[in-house]
Write a protein that binds this ligand. Structure first.
Ligand code: PLP
Length: 281
């Protein structure tokens, strides 16, 4: 099932057409989004997702999202949902129609989690590293590149996943021009060595992940060390475990990187999964 609520809080038919054909979100990818995991009616990390929506809006110079209005809109979808226990809740906020009065378009759409995502959560994935084509130092110099914004311009990210799929993998990991590790097209990279978790810093032009944030919070409470610092490709292959984290995929294990099997991290995957779930008990 699917549930759609417009930003003004009205429920709408998800099978009907709602967007104007000149909406800038549609014709230029000029807008932002969030995807939130809802489990048993509880949205996970709603606060950090709304914070990040506001951060992306600021980067794109969109009107600041009205937080109480978004919270109401989310509530409308949650209350109307009668599907599976887990839902992917997408918030979309665009610049609105071209030559309009500047009123943004906003809606929240609740959907089931895709079969592919559920399968990958259980089995783990093969990933390939792909060149993202920028030096991390360009991030501060070129804010118009919107690196690290969760913009609707995800065609490159989707193309990277298709490229991975055409090359015997389910996932991709982007590498910067200086060789440092960035993120997946729709996930954060987490590397484990001993009792230390590491991920790459948002200053390298990546999206600060809410799932990675929740995992690190839980890990710190359980006595693990967490580090947010640049990672090299060698650190991916030398790790005890390599994981991709995101709201809908949770903590997914990478078992093969660039065609080479990584050390078996099944047990570590169980441990990280339990740490992450402990945040929601
Ligand atoms: N990085 C990118 C580029 C993403 O698109 C996503 C989520 O879709 C993430 C990281 C992970 O973010 P989160 O854990 O908040 O879902």
């Amino acid at each position: 099932m699917r549930v759609l609520a417009m930003l003004d809080g009205t429920l709408a038919d998800p099978e009907a057409r709602h967007l104007r054909v000149d909406d800038l979100g549609l014709i230029r990818g000029d807008g932002i989004f969030e995807t939130i995991l809802v489990v048993a009616g509880e949205p996970r990390e709603l606060g950090p997702h709304l914070d990040r929506l506001a951060r992306s809006a600021a980067m794109l110079q969109l009107p600041p999202p009205d937080r109480p209005q978004w919270e109401r809109c989310v509530r409308v979808v949650l209350d109307a949902w009668q599907g599976d226990s887990e839902m992917a809740l997408k918030l979309v906020y665009t610049r609105g129609p071209e030559f309009g009065d500047g009123t943004p378009t906003g809606f929240a759409l609740g959907m089931p989690i895709g079969a592919r995502t559920l399968r990958n959560r259980a089995t783990g994935v093969r990933a390939v590293t792909l060149d993202r084509g920028y030096e991390p130092e360009i991030v501060a110099r070129a804010p118009w590149l919107l690196l690290g914004a969760k913009s609707l311009s995800y065609a490159v990210n989707m193309a990277a996943i298709r490229y991975a799929e055409a090359h015997d993998a389910e996932e991709a990991i982007f590498i910067a021009a200086d060789g440092s590790v960035l993120e997946g097209p729709t996930s954060s990279v987490v590397v484990v060595r001993g009792r230390t978790l590491r991920t790459t810093p948002p200053s390298s032009g990546i999206l600060p992940g809410t799932t990675q944030g929740a995992l690190f919070r839980a890990a710190e409470q359980a006595g693990w060390v967490t580090k947010v610092e640049p990672l090299t490709f060698a650190e991916l292959t030398e790790a005890d475990g390599l994981f991709l984290a995101s709201s809908v995929r949770k903590i997914t294990r990478v078992h093969t990187l660039d065609g080479v099997a990584l050390p078996d991290a099944t047990w570590l995957h169980g441990e990280l999964g339990a740490l992450y779930e402990s945040e929601y008990r």
